[in-house]
Design a protein around this ligand. Structure first.
Ligand code: FER
Length: 256
């Protein structure tokens, strides 16, 4: 299916709507053996009495926990959607998906140890970050209340980690998934179990993206095995306008 481009102005900061907050926090990572940074968006009107679902939103190979914030200002997109009543109450966590002591996007980003760190992130997310978030923020637990999505390397991670931990995530989104995405038969070894546990499996990719073969392959397998999913092709390449558009649409579907 073709994914429409978000209405103009969706990513423009408005003075006439309430604004959420974006903050950097640090958590102790037993996996990496040090403190790690992540960013957390709390929505307008955020209050301890409310219980929130949590979207974990992952970056690409060229970035870190600041990447979405720097390039896409997700707080603007989300504030505008909240103002229109189009989002469920949710906190959005922007982790650093390169789980290694030096997790900055510097040097050769394709070094084996850096690529490996995107795999190690599975343990950091499951054992360190999610427990941190759930012990410090007023959040709902259970898979219905956790979403995992990301762009490129982060899209691959969302599929690799999310589809392996179906008891933890019912909402999964892969935006322009990179070649770190596991082969489909490894992602979905038991199609019936995947189908029964997921509320949303979203795949999207720009039509000019050179990595589109990765999403094409995953979609073809899901279609063949009749695992329900959304598959969106959209205008654009491996680029921010595409991922911002994905966030705009994906965020409106989750936790509902
Ligand atoms: C690759 C090409 C691109 C790859 C990863 C990427 C692991 C990641 C791109 C991105 O995150 O933007 O061969 O292999």
């Amino acid at each position: 299916m073709y994914l429409e481009t978000a209405p103009s102005g969706y990513d423009q900061c408005r003075d006439d709507v309430p604004h959420g907050k974006m903050a950097t926090v640090e958590y102790e990572s037993g996996t990496v053996g040090c403190k790690r940074k992540c960013m957390i968006y709390t929505p307008p009107g955020y209050a301890d009495e409310t219980k929130y679902s949590v979207l974990y939103l992952l970056h690409g190979i060229g970035g870190d926990e600041l990447e979405w914030y720097t390039h896409a200002a997700p707080q603007v997109i989300l504030d505008n959607l909240h103002a229109e009543g189009k989002l469920a109450p949710m906190i959005v966590v922007l982790p650093n998906g390169r789980a290694m002591p030096n997790d900055r996007a510097e040097g050769n980003l394709f070094d084996a140890d850096k690529i490996k760190a995107f795999e190690t992130f599975e343990s950091d997310l499951m054992n360190d970050l999610i427990p941190y978030v759930e012990s410090r923020y007023p959040v709902l637990t259970g898979s219905e209340n956790r979403a995992l999505a990301g762009l490129s390397m982060g899209g691959g991670q969302s599929l690799n980690i999310g589809l392996k931990h179906l008891r933890s995530f019912a909402w999964i989104g892969a935006f322009s998934a990179a070649p770190n995405t596991k082969a489909p038969e490894l992602l979905i070894p038991q199609p019936e179990e995947t189908t029964a546990n997921l509320r949303l499996l979203w795949l999207s990719c720009g039509m000019l993206d050179e990595l589109k073969h990765v999403s094409d392959r995953t979609h073809a397998y899901l279609a063949e095995l009749q695992v329900p999913h959304l598959w969106y092709e959209e205008s654009g390449g491996h680029d921010w306008p595409v991922w911002k558009n994905d966030l705009y649409h994906f965020s409106q579907l989750i936790f509902k």
